[in-house]
Write a protein that binds this ligand. Sequence first.
Ligand SMILES: [Zn+2]
Length: 148
Amino acid sequence: MPPGFEFVSIGLNQTVRYVQVNRKPDLAIWGELVKHIGGCHCGQVKYEVEMNLENAISCNCSICMKRGSLLDFVPEANFKLLSGERDLGDYQFNKKRIHHLFCKKCGIMSYANGLSPDGQKMVAINVRCLDVVELGKIKIKEYDGKNH
Ligand SMILES: [Zn+2]
């Protein structure tokens, strides 16, 4: 369990729910880390990730536009690849800062590896690739990746 969080319940689909200790009532949802299972379409690539799924980014850069992905970023420690490491292809372009990892069998990019501006290893989760996700409850932020 992440430090500063307490265990609350295990939900549907074995979703593990944590809540931040000493949270303020008005911050009730913010900081809630839930364990999600995600992966590619054919099932070769599978991962678990702890994230709060409050927000996701809709980016207009050249690859996000074509892929239609919605991304949220988590520290590498919150992410665990369960299967499919050998089935992953790595696509890089432009400054080659991000590893766009896709399943060689079905082609789906369910996550990517990269660095945060301060150099921390981050994983970009394609939230559309989580097994259980209610897109209508996620705040989608537009990000102008085309001009960054
Ligand atoms: Zn696949």
